[in-house]
Write a protein that binds this ligand. Sequence first.
Ligand code: SF4
Ligand code: SF4
Length: 141
Amino acid sequence: MEGENLIKGKGKVDIIQMDGFDFAFNPSACDLCSGSCCCGESGNVWVSQQEMSRISEVLRMNCIDFMEKYLHRVGNWFSCKERVTGHGLECIFFQGIEKKCSIYAVRPAGCRTYPFWDHFKTCSEQVGKECPGIVVRIKNS
Ligand code: SF4
Ligand code: SF4
């Protein structure tokens, strides 16, 4: 990520800091998390045309079939469909049993850049509530 600053943990974890954000992120939290950023409340996961091509290629589908099966239109944009579960909604690409993304290597940009979204620059409390990987930013590092 642009502006990314890795803080080396003691031989284990890299904490990620980004310019302009008053929080840092510990990616190792994802190992124990049940995927809060992929399920729960409804939300849009935007997929660009380039991403559609890449994901459909990986899934060995033609782009039209891929769009019909996995995306829905929101105005001029396309977002991942969601499925209803016993505990809310989840992204159609989320594998609930294994708690992981089925297209992780080619996931959309919004998923790659989470939790460093511009929106969270001014409301870090919100992302802190949904993502257990949010940690207090280490000053002067
Ligand atoms: S909510 Fe945070 S810790 Fe959990 S999977 Fe998403 S990025 Fe990782
Ligand atoms: S595409 Fe993958 S990483 Fe992104 S919200 Fe869906 S399951 Fe999560």
